[in-house]
Design a protein around this ligand. Structure first.
Ligand SMILES: CC(=O)SCCNC(=O)CCNC(=O)[C@H](O)C(C)(C)COP(=O)(O)OP(=O)(O)OC[C@H]1O[C@@H](n2cnc3c(N)ncnc32)[C@H](O)[C@@H]1OP(=O)(O)O
Ligand SMILES: CC(C)C(=O)C(=O)O
Ligand SMILES: [Mg+2]
Length: 576
């Protein structure tokens, strides 16, 4: 026997008896974006503890227009004076762009419909969105055991009144939309029957279609059931010769956390239009997040007509006006969604970003579904360093932020030191702290050994004509340098020979009895980030005896001196 806490919920198949064995949606692909309609100013606004005031709604409306929405549900003008005044401000101050259609929601009730048409005076083009609730639960609970006929009559009477008042409008075009609210738990054939009756009253044509909005007012079921319901309705419309006269619209909520999935599957099932809000604001767990669905489409190369290239700014405006927060892990918009802390993710992202930099057209960076730059995010935040981070991430930050392109075999040594520091501090390190940690440990170290000066050695030699000329001192293939050194406070000037200055310095140290190492690796590069130093050099030495290897780094405007400083740094790290 199930516990009472489970017995009170009915199994899926008892609650949703939808039979569609030859469903087509699972094998389809989304090939183009739906028509978008923002319901932020209505469904979003009605869910706020402090609904937006008129000025805030005006700013939000502008934001939606800037993003590119062409259909915007601006509110419920018959519901309150604020709603009415907001709408009139839009109309009277001519704030509605010519290519934007505003939509007004109204319950199928006479006085509210009348008032809505008063608000519509002088609007060039609008959608009157009529609704009434249809599910068995709402019929029983909200409407006191109202019969199916009675509920259908509410819709039919409302549709007739809307038709009549629209016919009297002479200064604007009125489009029609009907929602059987609570469609998601209404008997399908009954919901469709009401929709069909409303459609017949409104008499749509191919050129002037109506919108049937089929809301998942509450998300009761899995997304596949929602998709089946939508496909079933689309098929019925086709059978009745209405499919091309009706735009099928989706309006999902997110009670089970699958609003986005439900919408995407229902687009596959044939829907033409999608209603939702920015970042999914709305009743309870919210409406569909339009940003999420649109950017999902973008991530498969589908144009949406919506511009989220400055998503951070949009998010901040949204937060200010709604007083809602967007979670750090919210798809696309969250502060942390393009950030990796963990070592293996950082390693893969760094490798992917390096390849993208060089020659690729196709986005192929592990762990990142889209290029953060598409939505105005920069690469800075992609990799952040804490104790979970690895060498790849540290190298990435030093490279991206400080222009230091460390040799690969140097990464483990640097990564180990930086992530130990993060572990000790028990927190994330800032970009500056990472730089400081690297500089303190690896760069231009000058104790116990320091290089005070260096110069090329020259000698006077007689040329073929017997004239004395000044020439580089040379032994075989090796040139000579003099180095002014200080070791543990003791100064000396030593000559050294080598095929380059680094080997010559190693030779000079050998002559001073300080050489217990071999130079095993060297690389240098120009620094492109415009910092004071222009060249970076990295030298690895290995101690003869215990084989301990260390890297050092030198920074200097002269690439030659940068190399010498790198060797001195490595020496000092080995002898610290
Ligand atoms: C799923 C959705 O998001 S639907 C949109 C919901 N949005 C809003 O409600 C925001 C704006 N709403 C409002 O300001 C108000 O609710 C109004 C102005 C629309 C209506 O307010 P009121 O008339 O005071 O009533 P209230 O909202 O409490 O409605 C309850 C009554 O309306 C009835 N009702 C609801 N819809 C309908 C309808 N389409 N036809 C007839 N009666 C209806 C209910 O049965 C209930 O009747 P009862 O009082 O006899 O039990
Ligand atoms: C009014 C309707 C469309 C609604 O918001 C819903 O059903 O969720
Ligand atoms: Mg809703």
């Amino acid at each position: 026997m199930k516990p009472a806490s489970l017995r009170k919920y009915r199994p899926f198949h008892e609650k949703f008896d939808i039979r569609l064995p030859d469903r087509q949606w699972p094998d389809r692909h989304i090939e183009r974006a739906p028509i978008w309609c923002s319901v932020d100013l209505r469904d979003g606004n009605q869910a706020l503890a402090i609904p937006m005031n008129v000025e805030e709604k005006l700013e939000y409306f502008q934001l939606l227009c800037d993003i590119g929405f062409k259909q915007i549900e601006i509110g419920f003008p018959s519901a309150s004076d604020t709603e009415f005044r907001f709408f009139r401000r839009l109309v009277d101050e001519k704030l509605i762009p010519a290519d934007v259609t505003v939509q007004c929601l109204v319950q199928a009730r006479e006085h509210l419909i009348q008032r809505t048409f008063e608000a519509l005076e002088g609007v060039p083009r609008s959608i009157v969105h009529l609704y009434n609730s249809t599910s068995p639960l709402q019929r029983k609970v909200t409407f006191g055991n109202a019969s199916k006929e009675k509920i259908k009559a509410i819709a039919v009477d409302g549709a007739k009144l809307v038709r009549k008042l629209a016919d009297q409008v002479t200064d604007g075009e009125i489009l029609f939309q009907y929602s059987p609210e609570s469609f998601s738990d209404t008997e399908l054939d009954y919901a469709y029957d009401i929709c069909k009756s409303v459609t017949e009253i409104w008499g749509p044509t191919k050129e002037s279609p109506i919108i049937l909005n089929l809301p998942a007012t509450v998300e009761w079921a899995t997304p596949n059931i929602h998709a089946d319901m939508i496909e079933w309705c689309c098929r019925q419309l086709k059978k009745d010769g209405l499919r091309d006269k009706v735009q099928v619209s989706l309006h999902t909520h997110n009670d089970r956390g699958t609003g986005t999935a439900a919408t995407e599957l229902a687009i596959l099932a044939g829907a033409d239009r999608v209603e939702g809000t920015l970042f999914g604001n709305g009743e309870r767990t919210g409406n569909l997040d339009l940003v999420n669905v649109a950017l999902n489409l973008n991530s498969h190369g589908i144009a949406t007509g919506l511009d989220f290239s400055n998503l951070d700014e949009i998010r901040m405006t949204y937060q200010r006006l709604t007083r809602m927060a967007v979670h750090e892990r919210h798809p696309y918009a969250g502060e942390l969604v393009f950030t990796a802390f963990s070592g293996s993710h950082q390693d893969a992202i760094k490798k992917g970003m390096d390849l993208i930099d060089s020659d690729s057209v196709e986005w192929a960076v592990p762990y990142l579904t889209i290029d953060p730059q598409d939505i105005g995010r920069n690469y800075e935040a992609i990799i952040r360093i804490n104790s979970q981070s690895g060498k790849g991430g540290v190298a990435y930050v030093l490279d991206r932020e400080h222009g230091l392109d460390l040799p690969k075999s140097m990464h483990p040594e640097v990564g180990g030191i930086v992530s130990r520091q993060a572990d000790e501090l028990g927190r994330e390190l800032t970009i500056e702290e990472i730089r400081e940690s690297f500089f303190n440990e690896f760069v231009n170290r000058n104790a116990p050994l320091s290089l005070l000066d260096h110069d090329e050695c020259h000698v006077e030699n007689a040329n073929a004509e017997g004239i004395l000329v000044h020439q580089r001192a040379k032994r075989g293939n090796e040139y000579g340098w003099t180095f002014s050194l200080s070791h543990a406070g003791e100064k000396s000037v030593v000559e050294g020979y080598g095929n380059g200055p680094i080997n010559a310095l190693a030779h000079a140290l050998e002559k001073r009895g300080l050489k217990d190492f071999k130079v095993t690796d060297y690389r240098s590069h120009a620094i492109t980030d415009g910092s004071a130093a222009d060249a970076a050099a990295y030298v690895q030495i290995v101690r003869e005896g215990d084989n301990r290897s260390v890297w050092g780094c030198g920074l200097d405007p002269s690439i030659e001196l940068a190399g010498l400083k790198a060797l001195v740094s490595a020496y000092n790290r080995l002898h610290h």
